[in-house]
Design a protein around this ligand. Sequence first.
Ligand code: GLU
Length: 595
Amino acid sequence: MRRLIPLVLVVPFLVVPLLVGTGARASAPPSGATATGYGGAVASVDPTATAAGLEVLRHGGNAVDAALAVAATLGVTEPFSSGIGGGGFFVYYDARTGRVSTLDGRETAPRSMGETAFVNPATGQPYAFQEARVSGLSAGVPGSLATWDAAARRWGTRPLSSALGPAAKVARDGFTVDATFNQQVSDNAAAFAQFDPTAKLYLPGGAPPAVGTTMRNPDLAATYDLVARRGIDAFYGGEIGRDIVTTVQRPPLAASPSRPWQYQIRPGGMTVSDLRAYDVRSPAPTHMTYRGYDVYGMATPSSGGSTVGEALNILERSDLRGLDKTQALHRYLEASALAFADRNRYVGDGTPRPVLDSLLTDGFAGERACQIDPAAALSKPVLPGVPDGHYATCSSATGGAAPDKGQSTTNLTVADRWGNVVEYTLTIEQIGGNGIVVPGRGFLLNNELTDFNFTPTQGTAPDPNLPAPGKRPRSSMAPTIVLQHGRPFLAVGSPGGSTIITTVLQILVNRLDLGMTLPEAVAAPRASQRNTASVTAEPAFISSAEGQALAGLHHTFTPMAEIGAATAIEFLPHGRLLACAEPVRRGSGSAGTVH
Ligand code: GLU
């Protein structure tokens, strides 16, 4: 997101860029979407957040310290996409050990949640999506603060409080409202108007904050300060936690909302003991090799690592470089559909690890690749395969479910001078989460539990993503780190609901197979085939020569203005870093390097 007006604190005789920090050498927030340099790099959607990360790197912090500063700042400046009311997945490459580790900070269902939680008992029908979303029911136990604390303790060089302090200052002093912020409030105005604390914060005087005005959030500043002083227990069971539970159980409804809302607002069952029980998990990353690169991603409850990995494995059966671009994109779309069919059938929280890993075997990928017809798109939805170890082969080496809603979330990529790398995707699910700001605390709650399937989707086969007590909803978040000869080559991630998977996949294919530079790979028009009749695609993709040729192969397209908002870093020879954010999407992102 580009802030349209550079934020400065004006004091007599002095103009100081915000987030100067403690050091003498401050720099203006990086304004570009691409940066090349040395000594560490940060890419995020927001220049204030990117600047916060660079400031930490400049003052000796490592990639984890910087990533937490970026994340805490995004919780202030991008409050509709992430924050301490949400969760996410953190992937870390440690230069000293050469190992990739992950943190699963996914939101979790309360222990009272049953399989039919999203079915209206009065009608037997699933709730409409907005009815499920704007409720206490949809809020999972948040995982972001626990993730930040775990990352700081395990891999950071400073406590979490040092990331929260500067972000609290941004919340207290304010930042400039840009067009994206204004639009995100406008899009949510009806939902936000239903709740007193949300309307007070984001609809002052009944309207979204105007572009160019200063947005302050003193309640969030105080919340960050409290956690900085007292630790995350203040949240996971302490006074902040008690406020969360009250909010979920008795949503703070406005007595006379300024805008109508057609749905009943339902309470949730989260308790303080659900908050106390929250744990950050550290599953082994998913791993597969693709054309000599080692690709590491996020395991369950995310489907990101296994689905990106399975699709790459299927694509590895084709020499994409030797094919014309239309054929390469045809394989990309078909591999995505096949991998989504398997994701929908087999992947959810609690999927046994051997099952997840079986989806990433070469044998299974070979069998799936045999289904691809170079002459025509398969009719969708394609059926899932059976990863049972007995695989058919074919001589040619060339080999359904509704797409998830959601275009929210945010992604950040950080590298430091020692070679450590963080790829972190974090979210409150929809833009604006469940629409409810916790009174007096300044942050929105997530609606992540709507990532569960509301009713079974797999016919007579079990559905791996139905609600259950203490379960985590399946995610598509796909923070990915690619190594070459054991050293970082590329780190990439994106928001975008289930299109996250195809965005990460398409960027990897663009960069590794189709001869694009990283900025070109990120900027290229996107198309997303998630095992549905029609391919969701950006208008520029549909109208391109390849888009037209793909229509000739019976691919049909549903236009979507924008897909994803990626950030990435490529590790060039001799320690050079190429940091990359979106040049246009989501109002454009912000990348910077230390030198
Ligand atoms: N809730 C989504 C997921 O975890 C992400 C939402 C989005 O990116 O819009 O997959």
